[in-house]
Design a protein around this ligand. Structure first.
Ligand code: AMP
Ligand code: ZN
Length: 110
């Protein structure tokens, strides 16, 4: 099992901030901003490259809930980041979206 599947299964502890039948959101262990949440589908999907018509409902659910998750953390302005593949800095090969905020972010990500 990958590390995020282990977190979903409860085998590795995390600080959960949102959970439903399809997705889990938890605090990033190495935050880059005051608010840094990771949102994952409960089904293992390798990366954005592996999203298809059969599993895109997980991505839809994640984006339906991002505003609620952000609001629960006290922010309504934030950056959503997905790193896809090694050259983009993806270190955990389980699709995830970073919600980063709580501070004035730079205008550009690169
Ligand atoms: P990425 O570089 O896009 O693959 O992001 C992976 C993120 O997962 C990094 O920001 C890590 O800090 C975070 N991370 C790795 N292991 C854990 C963990 N056990 N609990 C919470 N966040 C984690
Ligand atoms: Zn996984």
């Amino acid at each position: 099992m990958c590390i995020f599947c282990e977190i979903v299964a409860g085998n590795i502890p995390s600080t959960k901030v949102y959970e439903d039948d399809m997705i889990l959101a938890f605090k990033d262990i190495n935050p880059v901003a005051p608010i840094h949440i990771i949102v994952v589908p409960k089904e293992h999907i390798d990366s954005a490259n592996s999203v298809n018509t059969g599993n895109s409902k997980y991505v839809a659910r994640i984006f339906e809930k991002i505003p609620e998750i952000a609001k629960s953390q006290g922010i309504d302005s934030y950056r959503v980041i997905n790193n896809c593949g090694e050259n983009a800095g993806q270190t955990v090969m389980h699709l995830h979206f970073h919600i980063v905020g709580g501070v004035k972010l730079g205008e550009k990500i690169i």
